[in-house]
Structures are given as structure tokens and as C-alpha cells.
Ligand binder design. Structure first.
Ligand SMILES: O=P(O)(O)OC[C@H]1O[C@H](O[C@H]2O[C@H](CO)[C@@H](O)[C@H](O)[C@H]2O)[C@H](O)[C@@H](O)[C@@H]1O
Length: 381
């Protein structure tokens, strides 16, 4: 990936009909907002305009319904648990377990430098109702610390970089927040990375010099404005939560009664009409609003590989472990580069660009990380 030239900037040319007042300066109408990173939950009903047809026709409602469905719903064609099991096993023929395939994986990685990329929610911590309570276990923290001692390891999360660090609290890792739009990586002298217009030299929490890459920095005021508006627009929807992830905003509907999901969709849909430079992606019971820039978790992997001096060589073996649709961009990059492997964390069959699978974070992801450490230690002893 060439990051030297301005042409490589991930910020796309602005659409023709952009309202200039929306391009960066907070509007005067911006509602008073709670502190960045906070949530607001309220139970007041306030009818607002918005067309149900809009969200139906755009496919939003269908996407919301199929997002992170409970096992029995996803597998509605398979009534008994035995049938569900067969469906999962059949699916695993295409996406074999990374645990039982460990020998295959490590023999491909032999003689190469492994770089590990880990998603957070649903990968290192189980999915829970309250996003503020998505803690990882201390056993998982020990496992992550273990792999980070053996291989360069980075977290790539949809959360803000600060927040994901608060959950993990390990200084041995590199962190990319906001779906890769906020990367704190190692300093590499005289390479293309340092010359990039969106890359600045900074220091981390330990005072170590780092490169801070924020390709969507110009969107910061806009994202803050949208966050405040969404907090206000959804405060009457019981269970809705709006999360400020710095360069993107999450609107959670996991705790919203399914009958009111269309309301969440309507409010977000209506708001986005005024913001042509923002777009929507779907996550696990969450609508995510992010800048229209050519950047995602896949690009973040490429950027980090380059920062680590591991790009463009045949002797690198990246492994990316993730559970979400946003992780598919990273799986795709590895597949297209024919280098390393993506591992999908899922307890239900779903299509993916990953090569392997793991059933859950708490047992299988942790076991996989521990097995990699064991292999590395035995290979180098
Ligand atoms: O890229 P990730 O690290 O996987 O982050 C993606 C989103 O994760 C969080 O939401 C998800 O997990 C929550 C806690 O288990 C769950 O309550 C929610 O329904 C899930 O969507 C996080 O809160 C979002 O901001 C991230 O974008």
C-alpha cells in the first residue's frame, strides 16, 4: 500500500449535492450534548416525522432483523438442536475449526512472522446487553498478553480507541479504534507512513513515541454533532443507546422492543438525509454511522502491517480473528493478498471471507491464543 502521495488519502471526493454547512462546522442548532463517550437512555415517547416505507425499501429493517439473531431464529429451518448441530457441522466443512486445524495453520506459518489482529466485542469479550459491561475475563487478558509477547498484536475495534484500551488495559498491544479510523502504531523512520498527511507523531500512555493515524480527523466536529442529534432524536425510544466512538457513532437497539426497531431506523435514516458525507453500516444489533471515506478494518490491517515493516514481504503471516460484518473487510484483504488467514468467531453458520472458525470467545478464542503461544514456544526451544 502506497501511503506517500496525497492521492492515497482515504477521504473521498465530496458528493455533488453536499450542503456546505454540514461539512465540518457544528451547526448552531446542535443540541446540548452529554460528554463524549457517554450514553443516554430515556423512556419518553415523542412522535417524530419519518416514513416507514423509507426504512423498509432501503432494506434497513430486514438487515436489522437479521443482525445477531438468536440461534433458534437463525436456524428456523432446523427445528431440533440435533438438526442445528448438523447444520453447524456442515458449515464447518467450509470453515473448519481453527483449533482442530492448528497444525495446518502453524505449518503454513512456519518460518514466517505471524502478526495477530484481534477484534474486541464478540471476539475477546462475549456479546452482552449493555455495551458498557462488555468486560473480558482476566484469563482472556492473560492469553492476549501471552500472544502479544510472542507476535506483534493489534486490536482493531469499532469502539473508540480509548474505550477499547480501558477494557483491555494491555500496553503490549497496538490499538486501532473507530473501525480502524484511529490507529496508534509504531514509529517507522523514513517510510511512507510517517509522510502521510493524516499521520502525526505522538506519544502513548507510557510516553513512548508513536504514530497516530486518523484518516477521518476532519469529520470529528460532524460526528460530535450527529452524536448529539441522535441522543436527542432517540431519547423517547425505550432501550435505545447512542455511543460516541469518536470517528463513528453507534446506535444500539439490542434493548429496544422489536416493535420499535423501525422507529430507531427512521430516526437514523431521517438524520442521515442531511449528512451526505456520512453512511450507515449494520453491526450486531447496532446501526453504525461513519464517514464516507475509503477506509475500513481491512485498510487498517494493511496500514499496521506497513507500520510494522511487515508489508510487501512473503515471510509474513497475518491472522485476523473477528466476529462481525465489519471484520469481513479484513478477512477479504487477507484472502485477496493470499497471505495469512481470517478466523470467524460464530456459533451459527454464516457466510464469510474467513478461512477458519471458532465457536465462541470465552473458550475457543482463548484456547486458540494459548495454543499459538504454546506452539511458538515449542518451535523456538
Ligand atoms: O469491532 P468491535 O470491537 O467488535 O466493536 C463493534 C461494536 O461493539 C460493541 O457493540 C456490540 O457489543 C456490545 C457488547 O457486547 C453489544 O451490547 C452490542 O449489541 C453489539 O453491537 C460496541 O458497543 C460498538 O460501539 C462497536 O461498534
Amino acid at each position: 500500500m502506497d501511503l506517500k502521495t496525497k492521492n492515497s488519502s482515504p477521504v473521498l471526493t465530496e458528493p455533488v449535492s453536499v450542503n456546505k454547512s454540514r461539512l465540518g462546522l457544528p451547526s448552531k442548532k446542535t443540541p446540548i450534548c452529554p460528554p463524549s463517550g457517554s450514553y443516554l437512555t430515556a423512556h419518553r415517547r415523542k412522535p417524530r416525522p419519518g416514513k416507514l416505507d423509507d426504512v423498509r425499501h432501503s432494506g434497513w429493517l430486514d438487515a436489522m432483523k437479521s443482525s445477531s439473531p438468536p440461534r433458534k431464529k437463525l436456524n428456523k429451518d432446523f427445528s431440533s438442536s440435533a438438526e442445528q448441530d448438523i447444520a453447524y457441522r456442515t458449515w464447518m466443512l467450509k470453515y473448519p475449526s481453527a483449533l482442530t486445524s492448528l497444525e495446518e495453520i502453524t505449518s503454513r506459518a512456519k518460518g514466517k512472522k505471524i502478526a495477530l489482529f484481534l477484534d474486541y466485542d464478540g471476539t475477546l469479550s462475549p456479546i452482552v446487553d449493555n455495551p458498557d459491561h462488555a468486560y473480558m475475563t482476566s484469563a482472556m487478558r492473560t492469553a492476549v498478553k501471552g500472544v502479544a509477547k510472542c507476535f506483534p498484536t493489534a486490536i482493531i475495534s469499532g469502539r473508540s480507541r480509548d474505550k477499547v484500551y480501558e477494557f483491555i488495559k494491555l500496553t503490549e498491544l497496538y490499538y486501532a479504534g473507530s473501525h480502524g479510523m484511529d490507529i496508534m502504531g509504531p514509529v517507522r523512520e523514513s517510510e511512507s507512513i510517517g509522510d502521510h498527511p493524516n499521520c502525526i507523531r505522538s506519544t502513548d500512555k507510557q510516553g513512548k513515541e508513536v504514530n497516530l493515524f486518523q484518516p477521518a480527523s476532519e469529520f470529528l466536529p460532524l460526528i460530535d454533532e450527529v452524536f448529539c442529534s441522535l441522543v436527542d432524536n432517540t431519547k423517547d425510544i425505550k432501550g435505545a443507546k447512542v455511543e460516541n466512538n469518536k470517528f463513528c457513532v453507534s446506535v444500539h437497539y439490542r434493548l429496544v422492543d422489536e416493535k420499535s426497531w423501525f422507529l430507531v431506523a427512521q430516526r437514523v435514516h431521517e438524520l442521515l438525509k442531511d449528512y451526505p458525507r456520512l453512511r450507515l453500516t449494520h453491526g450486531r444489533k447496532v446501526l453504525e454511522i461513519r464517514p464516507v471515506i475509503d477506509w475500513n478494518k481491512g485498510k487498517a490491517v494493511e496500514f499496521l502491517l506497513e507500520s510494522l515493516g511487515l508489508s510487501g514481504t512473503d515471510d509474513v503471516f497475518p491472522i485476523y480473528v473477528g466476529d462481525d460484518r465489519t471484520d469481513e473487510d479484513a478477512f477479504k484483504v487477507l484472502r485477496e493478498r493470499d497471505c495469512g488467514h481470517g478466523i470467524l468467531v460464530s456459533s451459527v453458520p454464516k457466510d464469510s471471507n474467513a478461512f477458519y472458525s471458532l465457536r465462541d470467545p470465552s473458550e475457543q478464542v482463548m484456547e486458540f491464543l494459548n495454543s499459538l503461544v504454546k506452539w511458538k514456544k515449542s518451535a523456538s526451544s
